[in-house]
Design a protein around this ligand. Structure first.
Ligand SMILES: Cc1cc2nc3c(=O)[nH]c(=O)nc-3n(C[C@H](O)[C@H](O)[C@H](O)COP(=O)(O)OP(=O)(O)OC[C@H]3O[C@@H](n4cnc5c(N)ncnc54)[C@H](O)[C@@H]3O)c2cc1C
Length: 505
């Protein structure tokens, strides 16, 4: 048995010599990572993408030299091996960003991650004492009397007590998801904040002990010219690896014919309605899991179609604003809880990288409005959204004056957040059981697996899937399943190595 330590350290992986043709559905980070991994070993890669750009949700829009991510995207992973891969990919393009995040709640600003001292300062000692009592009650109910955790509300309450849940998690979660926390699965909480204990918060804020072993993340890496440079760099390498490798943009995958094991025909349609097709030995799907069974031939039974239709997404409108002022705030992100403010989060691109604005005497903001296609926010015109956001910034947050707005654009993104409703796990299982019958068809990525991945998770899954296609025995679906708090880095994490796989001698 041989141990391979790193994706890029693989020296003697099987060379495929062009006998394989892998067709990748979707040019987001996950699909491109798989393509990036396999094309170096002689595998022919075709990527089919419905947008006119690569990057999926990791896109960066540009207008008059101002660059706007689709909501602030940071690079962060606890996996040092993946960080090394990232450094190799991005080289000199990496900048380090200091992380300063705050929550706006009922007219006050609270540091995020939550600090007890800051809560006392803003909300007062009675509130923190009340929060302490509700925490103790929760500890009694959930830890001693084993009260069951059935939904997101239970999960947060068990971890923080009712008062802190109500202050810092309920309203923001309901704004993001458009559903009451009682109707959302507890899985999201366990994936995002399982390792966060009230004791970590107290230790961080009261004792200010930042040992080498455990500390909240205060710095992260970012590509100087916007997050889209990560998928763009992967796409550049794929196309450079072989003339045979293609990335078809503005091409929507509309059908997949399965002729037998590792024998597929993928059909895609361009914006003019012209149909093309290509044969594939393997298909890597990053298109929404709820769509895939509906375009497969042979078709899925009704039970699978029903499960597929039940998987839903939350959509997103980002509002990119250019301002005639030098700086709005020092925040990396500001989370806005209040329901009467249209957006739920904002960031100032200049605080991430100076290269995001062409004129340093000006600045810009990206506001994230969580919505669902067809709801009251989605149905507002761009003009109405821009005007309302500028008013909220001026009158509710006091951040700008109306005459400082030079320009704004709204960017509408569908399928931004896979919803974890109470049935999503059962529905995914029904679909995955059906897909297991298609040998050579792989699902990966955020929408592709209906898993709340960050970009690093999608890339890690994609790279590992690449290795699986190259013949290694890896469980790429294992990524982003561990219950952990993403904001804490421990010395243990630094040693974690997802790429350690054993190879037949
Ligand atoms: C507001 C916001 C903030 C975020 N912040 C961060 C952050 O700070 N850090 C971080 O790491 N991650 C962040 N993320 C998450 C990150 O954007 C995603 O994890 C990542 O983009 C997922 O990559 P993916 O390839 O799995 O999916 P996607 O990016 O969704 O890519 C899927 C691709 O498939 C294409 N596609 C779909 N259907 C078809 C079809 N029928 N035919 C052809 N193509 C199709 C889509 O157009 C898309 O390009 C954030 C996401 C959002 C929405």
């Amino acid at each position: 048995m041989k141990v391979v330590n790193s994706v890029r350290d693989v020296k003697d992986v099987k060379e495929m010599n062009g006998q394989e043709h892998v067709v990748i559905l979707g040019a987001g980070p996950a699909g491109l990572a798989t393509g990036h991994e396999i094309c170096e070993h002689g595998v022919k890669v075709t990527v089919v993408e419905r947008n006119d750009f690569v990057g999926g949700l990791c896109n960066t829009n540009e207008a008059n030299g101002y660059k706007f991510d689709l909501g602030g995207h940071r690079w962060f992973t606890k996996n040092e091996d993946l960080n090394n891969w990232f450094r190799r990919l991005m080289g000199e393009e990496i900048v380090w960003v200091e992380r300063i995040s705050r929550i706006y709640y009922d007219g006050g600003y609270y540091t995020y991650p939550i600090s007890i001292l800051n809560v006392i300062k803003n909300a007062g000692l009675p509130t923190i004492m009340y929060a302490g009592i509700t925490y103790l009650l929760s500890a009694l109910q959930y830890s001693i009397f084993n009260k069951s955790i059935n939904n997101m509300k239970d999960a947060y309450t068990a971890q923080f007590g009712h008062k802190l849940y109500d202050m810092f998690f309920r309203r923001y979660s309901e704004k993001v998801w458009g559903l009451p926390c009682e109707k959302l699965s507890a899985d999201w909480v366990s994936q995002r904040s399982a390792g966060l204990s009230i004791w970590t918060v107290i230790q961080e804020s009261l004792l200010k002990t930042k040992s080498d072993n455990e500390s909240l993340i205060e710095e992260f890496m970012y590509p100087r010219d916007g997050y889209v440079r990560i998928p763009q760099r992967m796409a550049e390498d794929i196309v450079d690896a072989s003339e045979g490798n293609k990335i078809h943009l503005e091409s929507t995958v509309t059908g997949i014919n399965y002729r037998g094991p590792n024998d597929f025909e993928v059909i895609y349609t361009d914006t003019a309605g012209n149909e093309s097709s290509t044969d594939a030995t393997s298909v890597v799907s990053t298109i929404p899991l709820g769509v895939l069974p509906r375009i497969l031939n042979p078709g899925a039974p009704q039970e699978v179609i029903d499960a597929a239709k039940s998987l839903s997404f939350r959509d997103l409108i980002t509002v990119n604003i250019v301002l005639k002022k030098e700086r709005v705030s020092i925040d990396t992100w500001l989370y806005v809880q209040d329901e009467d403010i249209l957006f739920g989060r904002l960031h100032e691109p200049k605080n991430w990288s100076k290269a995001m604005v062409p004129d340093q005497s000006t600045t810009s903001l990206v506001l994230e409005c969580f919505c669902t296609r067809g709801d009251h926010i989605w149905n507002m015109t761009d003009e109405e959204i821009g005007k309302r956001c500028a008013e909220d910034l001026e009158h509710k947050l006091g951040f700008i004056k109306a005459d400082e707005v030079i320009d704004f654009q709204c960017v509408r993104s569908l399928q931004a957040y896979p919803v974890y409703d109470l049935d999503y796990g059962d529905n995914i299982k029904v679909i995955n059981d059906f897909l297991a019958g298609f040998e050579g068809l792989h699902i990966v990525g955020r929408g592709g697996t209906h898993r709340y991945n960050n970009a690093d998770h999608s890339i890690e899954m994609g790279l590992l899937l690449g290795r699986k296609i190259l013949g290694y025995d890896v469980d790429y679906m294992d990524v982003n399943t561990e219950p952990e708090y993403h904001e804490i880095k421990t010395s243990k994490d630094l040693k974690r190595d997802h790429y350690k796989v054993e190879e037949e001698a």
